[in-house]
Design a protein around this ligand. Structure first.
Ligand code: 13P
Ligand code: ZN
Length: 287
C-alpha cells in the first residue's frame, strides 16, 4: 500500500498496549530488511532517515526506494525524517513524499524552539504529515548531531505540557536516560519520570536511543506509555559484523550481492526481534 501518516497505526498500538518500532535505514538493503521484516511480522513500521543519510543517498533515491517497498506489502509503512534541524530540509522531504517529520531544535532557547516547532507543525499538518518534537536533550551521537553528557538533560513534565500545547505536535520525544549510539554501561531509565510525563501528556511518547536498552526496560517503558521506539545502532552493528564475517571467510569476495545479502539478512533478523519485543506482531490485523 501507499506510504501513510503513522499516527493512525501509532494510536492502534497504544490501544493495544504495544509500540511501533522505527528503524533508521541507509541504503537499499536496509530498506528491504525493514520492509520484509515488518511484513513477515505483520506489523506496521516506520522507516526513518537522518539528514546525514539524505546527504549520503539523496532524498529522491530514499523516497523512491521506500515508496516502492511500501507498495510491495499490505502492512502500513510510514517514511519519517529523524532529527532534522533545518526547516528547508523538512519542506523538501514533505515535497518528496515523507509522511512524518521530526523537528529537533531542542538546542535553541525555549521560546525559539517553540516558535520553530510550531511553524513546522503548521506546514506539515497542512500537507497531512505527522510531526515529532523533542523536549529535554538526548545524549550521545546520532550522525551529525552530538550531545555530550553535560548538555544532555531530562524532560521536565510541566515544561512538556506547555511545549505540546504551544507547538501542536503529534508526538513527543522525551529524555529519560537513553542516549544515541553504544552505551558504556547499562542504561537505567527514569521510569518514574516517564509515568509523570504520561500522566500529564496525552500524545504518543517516543523513546530515542533504544539500541542497547535491556529488553525488560523496553517492555516497562511501553507499559508506562512509550508508543514509538527508535532503533539505529542495533541495526548497524550486525550489518557491519555480517560484512566483516563475509570477508573473513572469503577474503577475495568481491560480489556485493554476497556481502550485502548477508548484511541484509542480519538486519532483518534484528528488525523482527525488535518488532516482537515491542509487541507488534500481527498488529496489522487489528487495524
Ligand atoms: P540508537 O542509535 O541508539 O538506536 O538511537 C536511534 C535513534 O534514536 C534514532 O533517532
Ligand atoms: Zn534519536
Amino acid at each position: 500500500m501507499a506510504l501513510v501518516n503513522p499516527m493512525g497505526f501509532i494510536e492502534k498500538a497504544r490501544e493495544n498496549g504495544v509500540a511501533i518500532s522505527s528503524f533508521n535505514i541507509h541504503n537499499l538493503e536496509t530498506v528491504q530488511a525493514v520492509a520484509e521484516g515488518a511484513a513477515e511480522e505483520n506489523c506496521p513500521v516506520i522507516i526513518q532517515t537522518t539528514p546525514g543519510t539524505l546527504k549520503h543517498a539523496g532524498i529522491e533515491y530514499i523516497a523512491a526506494m521506500v515508496k516502492t517497498a511500501s507498495e510491495m506489502y499490505s502492512v502500513p509503512m510510514a517514511l519519517h525524517l529523524d532529527h532534522c534541524t533545518s526547516f528547508d530540509t523538512i519542506v523538501k522531504c514533505i515535497r518528496n513524499g515523507y509522511t512524518s517529520v521530526m523537528i529537533d531544535t531542542a538546542h535553541l532557547p525555549y521560546d525559539e524552539n517553540v516558535a520553530m516547532v510550531r511553524k513546522v507543525a503548521e506546514i506539515a499538518h497542512a500537507a497531512g504529515v505527522a510531526v515529532e518534537g523533542e523536549l529535554g536533550r538526548i545524549g550521545g551521537v546520532e550522525d551529525e548531531l552530538s550531545v555530550d553528557d553535560r548538555t544532555a538533560s531530562f524532560t521536565v513534565p510541566s515544561e512538556a505540557v506547555d511545549f505540546v500545547k504551544k507547538t501542536g505536535i503529534d508526538m513527543l520525544a522525551i529524555a529519560i536516560g537513553t542516549a544515541h549510539g553504544e552505551y558504556k554501561g547499562t542504561p537505567d531509565l527514569d521510569m518514574e519520570r516517564l509515568s509523570e510525563i504520561r500522566n500529564v501528556i496525552d500524545i504518543p511518547l517516543i523513546l530515542h536511543g533504544a539500541s542497547g536498552v535491556p529488553d525488560d526496560q523496553i517492555r516497562e517503558s511501553i507499559k508506562r506509555g512509550i508508543a514509538k521506539i527508535n532503533i539505529a545502532t542495533e541495526l548497524k552493528i550486525p550489518m557491519a559484523q555480517a560484512i566483516k564475517d563475509c570477508f573473513a571467510a572469503s577474503p577475495k569476495e568481491n560480489d556485493p550481492r554476497k556481502y550485502m545479502g548477508s548484511a541484509k539478512n542480519a538486519v532483518k533478523e534484528v528488525v523482527r526481534q525488535k518488532i516482537r519485543l515491542c509487541g507488534g506482531t500481527n498488529l496489522a490485523s487489528k487495524l
